[in-house]
Design a protein around this ligand. Structure first.
Ligand code: SF4
Length: 478
């Protein structure tokens, strides 16, 4: 192949670059990235657009073979001027190299994106609306108020969404587990749960594929962590579910509440969660009320402080125990941030002016014989004193291989009553969707990852769980 491959494949750039080398069949040209973009814009055969971000640029011109993609990389070996090397991307890596996902982008990011294409800022506002306001576009051609050339440029360089719906499992009580396909090499799928109730519909979404926190009562925890979800993958769970189930003429179908209580510890993926929240709460995007969006954490203290400073969405803390002994066992994160540190942080943070009027939601999964006694209720009352809060008691949802069992209903009711009579805002939730593994703590697929080790059961609870002490088991098996 001749060193003029650039010219042959894209006549608009004939004569633009002095070609210095041929490597693997590609002609290389050395020039600074900013200079490359300027040259492409000014000298390409029209119409032509250049997408620029990071180290990648996309060149699109209007001949019969219209799209040529280039990557700008540090010159190797560097030339005298320290310039960069412009080279076409190998075809095998084209989609990876240049396919932008628009979902998950904030308005500012979309403005940068369209400006890189030589488009005016109002194009970003159009895209923003199509991405997040109903009717949400599912493909570029749905965006009928965009010019044809702009749509073509978008179609060749970007996709609108990161997820696609693979499966819906509907439980007898109307709860739906939505299984979303991710692309790339990641095993597994993103799971969300739509929980209809009279007066409100709640969507429970995931922030990670799997989870690293190893809470002992949680099915997802048995997967280990596969990876963080991108902001696009978080936002898509909301936009795609809304697009599928909401009907503009039926108020009862509107998704009113979003909770980050699906797969994953949101505060281990806080940058992407905050970016998703910006889109969920922005009135020009999804426009949800900050009081209707709740993010739940197992108790990562530094991230709690950051979260409370950077967003007005609600905070939920998954508490689940009233002693460090039990919490160290069922929620290993407690070894790093013990109960007194976690609760003192909340006391301080909610005393600050900016948070006045808000309250934290304490989630408390009732495990039979482990954390559901009246002594636990008494300790809980002391622990949460002077923290503006609401306590949500959650029945344990069994899953295969779990040594825990649900607390009996009278026990749960007595626990709730004790707190209620002492002025605590408290609810006892109903289990929803457990016949389709869609209930709290039942998401995920532990088969795809390496199961993290089980924590040692404290001696005091061996009998309750029916687990013999290690020494006894060894001698019994010998
Ligand atoms: S309860 Fe939440 S934080 Fe704990 S393992 Fe399950 S998904 Fe992770």
């Amino acid at each position: 192949m001749s060193p003029v491959g650039l010219r042959e494949s894209c006549p608009g750039f004939a004569g633009m670059f002095p070609t210095h080398a041929v490597n693997g069949g590609f002609g290389h040209a050395f020039l600074r990235r900013s200079r490359a973009v300027a040259m492409l814009r000014s000298r390409a055969q029209k119409p032509c657009s250049v997408l620029g971000r990071s180290t990648r640029i996309l060149v699109r011109c209007s001949d019969a073979n219209p799209t040529e993609r280039y990557v700008v990389e540090p010159a190797s070996p560097p030339n005298d001027a320290g310039d960069e090397q412009l080279q076409p991307v190998a075809s095998a890596s084209l989609s990876q190299a240049t396919c932008w996902t628009l979902s998950g982008m904030t308005l500012k990011e979309l403005e940068n994106f369209v400006s890189g294409m030589g488009e005016k800022p109002y194009r970003a506002r159009q895209l923003y609306k199509w991405l997040y306001r109903p009717p949400v576009a599912s493909q570029v051609d749905d965006m009928t108020d965009l010019g044809k050339l702009f749509r073509e440029a978008l179609a060749s360089s970007a996709r609108l969404h990161a997820l696609s719906l693979r499966e819906v499992r509907e439980a007898q009580d109307g709860t739906r587990k939505l299984v979303y396909q991710v692309d790339g090499d990641s095993p597994g799928a993103v799971e969300s749960v739509l929980i209809p109730a009279s007066g409100r519909n709640t969507l429970c979404i995931s922030s990670q594929l799997g989870c690293a926190m190893n809470c002992q009562f949680c099915f997802t925890g048995k997967m280990g962590l596969q990876r963080n979800l991108t902001a696009a993958e978080i936002v898509d769970q909301v936009t795609l579910t809304k697009a599928r189930y909401e009907s503009p003429r039926q108020a009862s179908t509107q998704i009113s509440n979003i909770v980050f209580m699906g797969m994953g510890e949101p505060f281990q993926n806080l940058d992407n969660v905050l970016r998703a929240l910006e889109i969920l709460l922005d009135p020009k995007a999804m426009g949800l009320s900050h009081r209707k969006v709740t993010v739940s954490t197992s108790g990562l203290v530094p991230e709690i402080r950051r979260y409370l400073r950077e967003t007005s969405a609600n905070l939920a803390v998954s508490l689940n125990a009233t002693t460090n002994e039990v919490r160290n066992w069922i929620m290993p994160i407690n070894r790093k941030y013990p109960l007194e540190v976690l609760l003192e942080t909340l006391r301080e943070e909610y005393a600050r002016d900016a948070r006045r009027g808000d309250k934290v939601f304490f989630e408390y999964v009732l495990l039979g014989g482990v954390n559901d006694s009246l002594d636990d209720a008494k300790r809980l009352l002391r622990l949460i004193a002077h923290i503006p809060c609401k306590v949500n008691l959650i029945p344990f949802n069994s899953h295969a291989g779990s040594e825990f069992r649900p607390s009996p209903l009278p026990q749960m009711e007595a626990f709730r009553q004790y707190l209620h009579e002492r002025g605590v805002l408290v609810t006892l939730r109903r289990s929803r969707g457990d016949d389709k593994m869609a209930a709290c703590g039942q998401l995920g697929n532990p088969g795809i990852g390496r199961t993290p080790p089980r924590m040692r059961v404290p001696d005091a609870f061996q009998k309750v769980l029916g687990t013999a002490p290690l020494q006894t088991r060894r001698s019994a098996g010998a």
